[in-house]
Design a protein around this ligand. Structure first.
Ligand code: G1P
Length: 294
């Protein structure tokens, strides 16, 4: 029987401590990446893959996110009066983009708990979970491939990327076996943020998951794991260990921008701006000149 349409879930309830004081009164998902808040790139990614129904799991300072995806009559009529149609279109784009729903995480008890909070809205639909710290370049589609793999295997699909062993302790890590598709693996085990010596591979989970609704029932009884938090990785390990259900991994080899820490955030902005038609032609020569002074 075909499954119900996919819904998207974007956890955005973290404290953003790495970006304080910028995130004192604003969620880190609202930090601008060039001229759009990080979370808008993620919503656009879901929409580009054909998902209109987007649930954002919010924490404190939720109003900023809600307002960003809402219409702004005052601002819109001012821009209209000024005849600034280009900016007006940009303002309206974020409110017309998708059907945005919000739910509060309440107590921050980890990523697994945040995803579990989506249960009431997602129900028995499969869902794509997109983490806002990882931005995937729109020219290198990943989510649509993952949705296709979900349909093909009728099983959970996660995005994996080879990372430097030096950074492996920052990720969920998969042990895998090959399939007949070089870009798809079968996940045989998952461990959250292992030490470098204990990592089963250099394949890290980057923040994209396509999950069956059964994951809610697993999350409900998943005990706190690494860092005392309820880990999504631990719930997926249970699916991976069950041959009747299983987990597949799509190996991503495209452009990914990490906005999770300050240095990577700065790099992401420079890379994205350098590629843009409106900013790149001026930024690139300036950057070369600047780099020569370093
Ligand atoms: C989360 C997940 C981790 C995953 C990572 C990807 O960790 O728990 O398994 O590899 O996202 O960005 P976080 O970065 O939220 O600590």
């Amino acid at each position: 029987m075909p499954h119900k349409p996919f819904k998207a879930v974007i956890p955005a309830a973290g404290l953003g401590t790495r970006f304080l004081p910028a995130t004192k009164a604003m969620p880190k998902e609202m930090l601008p990446v060039v001229d759009k808040p990080a979370i808008q790139y993620v919503v656009e990614e879901a929409v580009d893959a054909g998902i209109q129904d987007v649930l954002i799991i919010i924490g404190r300072n939720k109003n900023n996110i809600a307002n960003h995806f809402d219409s702004m009559p005052e601002l819109e009529s001012t821009l209209e009066r000024k005849g600034d149609h280009e900016r007006l279109a940009k303002v309206q784009h974020s409110s017309d983009l998708a059907d945005i729903h919000l739910v509060r995480q309440g107590e921050p008890r980890g990523l697994g708990h945040a995803v579990w909070r989506a249960k009431g809205h997602v129900g028995d639909h499969p869902m794509a979970v997109l983490l806002g710290d990882d931005l995937i370049d729109e020219r290198d589609p990943l989510l649509s491939t993952m949705l296709d793999q979900y349909d093909k295997h009728e099983a959970a699909v996660i995005a994996l990327m080879e990372v430097d062993p030096e950074h492996i302790h920052m990720y969920g890590v998969a042990s895998v076996e090959a399939t007949d598709d070089p870009d798809v693996v079968r996940v045989t085990g998952l461990v959250e943020k292992p030490n470098r010596e204990d990592a089963p591979s250099n394949l890290a989970i980057i923040g994209r998951y396509v999950l069956p609704p059964e994951v809610f029932e697993i999350l409900e009884r998943t005990e706190p794991g690494k860092g005392g938090e309820i880990q999504l990785t631990d719930a997926l390990q249970e699916l991976a260990a069950d041959p009747a259900r299983g987990v597949y991994g799509v190996i991503f080899r495209g452009r990914r921008y990490d906005t999770g820490d300050k240095l990577d955030y700065i790099k992401a902005i420079v890379q994205l701006a350098a590629d843009r038609d409106d900013l790149g032609p001026d930024l690139r020569p300036w950057f070369k000149e600047f780099a020569a002074t370093l």
